[in-house]
Design a protein around this ligand. Structure first.
Ligand SMILES: [Zn+2]
Ligand SMILES: [Zn+2]
Length: 258
């Protein structure tokens, strides 16, 4: 796959010096996307069709709701609901018919649990999961993150200064380490893949251990005997530990305010 190389945002994110530059990039895209989806693009037919079809996940409904534009949010939700209603009705009708056919099946089939009822209900549940599992913001963010991961590896492979800065950084979170490892096969030749995997191993070892020690000291600071001792780097250790484990979601915004 061809990715558009976008080096400046990746360099900027690395220079922030946080626990994960890719989390900082993801957050930036997310905030811009949430704002945009209530802005002008909401009226563009293309976007409308996609919103109507896919909708938003819980997290993104929450973020859109927090924008305090209830009318905009309601208009999008209304058309998505109309489209979803039709699909859901079809699924529930199939479930009801399948279960009824099972109930009407001959006794021997029912006793052997071969009446097909369970399968029909499970199929309906799977289809509902699919219907409620799509999000156009998640899709857009993931596409952008593929591109940023590719760019990061591209820079790692081509620019010595970036490689050095990455090696001296705090690394990435576990979630984005997976993103990079998966992308490395596409973005780097086999020698550089080995080089990158070794660098990542070293970075993860050092930085998970650092955050773990900070978090331990954070918990020990609750002991009254440590009350007067310095916090060192532990005041935000919980937030940083969560970031390392699952990607940024709590604590100070990873990007500075413009
Ligand atoms: Zn991350
Ligand atoms: Zn989402």
């Amino acid at each position: 796959m061809q990715y558009h190389i976008d080096t400046i945002p990746v360099w900027d994110a690395l220079k922030l010096g946080g626990e994960c530059p890719l989390c900082a990039l993801r957050r930036k895209i997310e905030l811009a996307d949430v704002e945009r989806c209530l802005g002008g693009s909401v009226m563009e037919p293309d976007t409308r069709v996609r919103v109507n079809e896919k909708g938003y996940c819980q997290r993104h409904h929450m973020l859109i709701f927090m924008q305090q534009n209830k009318l905009g949010h309601a208009l999008m939700t209304h058309t998505h609901l109309q489209e979803t209603e039709k699909k859901a009705q079809k699924i529930f009708a199939q479930a009801a018919q399948g279960a009824q056919a099972g109930a009407d099946a001959p006794l021997t089939k029912r006793l052997m649990k071969k009446d097909g009822s369970r399968e029909a209900l499970k199929e309906a549940a799977d289809q509902l999961d699919k219907l409620t599992g799509s999000c156009i913001l998640c899709e857009s963010i993931n596409e952008n993150m593929q591109r940023y991961a590719y760019t990061m590896l591209y820079l790692y492979g081509k620019e010595a200064s970036f490689r050095k800065a990455f090696e001296e950084s705090k690394g990435v979170c576990l979630k984005d380490a997976a993103l990079l490892l998966r992308m490395a096969g596409e973005a780097l030749d086999v020698k550089k893949q080995a080089d990158f995997a070794a660098t990542l191993q070293k970075l993860m070892e050092e930085n998970l251990s650092r955050v773990e020690k900070d978090l331990e000291w954070f918990t020990l600071k609750f002991d009254y005997r440590n009350a007067d001792k310095p916090w060192n780097n532990s005041r935000d250790a919980l937030e940083r530990a969560v970031t390392k484990l699952r990607g940024w979601c709590v604590g100070a915004e990873p990007n500075p305010k413009d």
